[in-house]
Design a protein around this ligand. Structure first.
Ligand code: DX5
Ligand code: ZN
Length: 226
């Protein structure tokens, strides 16, 4: 039975004021977000460098919502434990840098975190078909990773639908998340295709009516599109 999983809003803190990340996360929690999406970039897998485990550890005590670390790094296996120790609940690894993906996901679970797998826009759904039984979430990138504020790539929607079908047909207990360019004018597509966790960065922080309005509005638009 295809039971719809609850819609979750996961803000990316990339557009946040890095000089007061703790306060920004408190504001996000107050605005009603379900989890916080932490874009870790190493300047090698993607051409941008953001923050590491020490920054995450410094914001962890300020909020209670779960942390998901989107690891845009070349060597996630070597670094995973640092992000669990920093307080991340979910670790998201890119299939493109995990030659032993099944082992990597099991390693994350052994560390006590929830394993998630990420696909870049050019990576086919088939790349994760054989790990749906060992991950809790699949993240479909709807932009090419590295920066916030990019344009949503609509051609990723059939992939979202295909992965949703894999999850349902296989009876897997997996969330399906999209990340990149998600906002009021784009969220309906991935929601209709089967995504239930929505990452939004610029769309949240640029809402003139504030974070709470942005979170409520995005959630309502996603629910209406299902
Ligand atoms: C891009 C990141 C995304 C991005 C989302 O590499 O993984 O999480 O920050 O930001 P928006 O919603 O502005 O595209
Ligand atoms: Zn991300």
């Amino acid at each position: 039975m295809n039971v719809l999983r609850p819609i979750q809003i996961a803000p990316s803190i990339l557009p946040a004021d890095f000089s007061k990340l703790g306060d920004e996360c408190v504001a996000l929690e107050k605005a009603g977000v379900d989890r916080i999406h932490l874009d870790v970039m190493d300047g090698r897998f993607v051409p941008n460098l953001t923050f590491g485990p020490d920054v995450i550890a410094s914001i962890r005590p300020h909020v209670t919502v779960p942390f998901e670390a989107h690891l845009m790094v070349e060597q996630p296996d070597e670094l995973a434990h640092l992000y669990v120790e920093a307080g991340c609940d979910t670790l998201m690894v890119h299939v493109e840098v995990c030659p032993h993906l099944h082992r990597t996901l099991m390693h994350i679970r052994d560390l006590g975190a929830s394993p998630a797998v990420v696909l870049n826009p050019a990576t086919p759904a088939a790349a994760i078909e054989n790990v749906l039984d060992v991950c809790d979430l699949v993240l479909v990138m709807t932009v090419n990773p590295g920066f916030g504020g990019q344009a949503y790539i609509p051609s990723t929607e059939p992939k979202v639908a295909a992965i949703r079908k894999m999850i349902v047909d296989g009876g897997h207990d997996c969330d399906l998340e999209v990340d990149g360019g998600v906002g009021p004018n784009t969220i309906a597509g991935p929601a209709a295709a089967g995504a239930n966790v929505m990452v939004a960065g610029s769309a949240l922080f640029s809402d003139p009516e504030g974070l709470e309005h942005a979170v409520t509005d995005l959630r309502a638009r996603a629910e209406a599109a299902r």
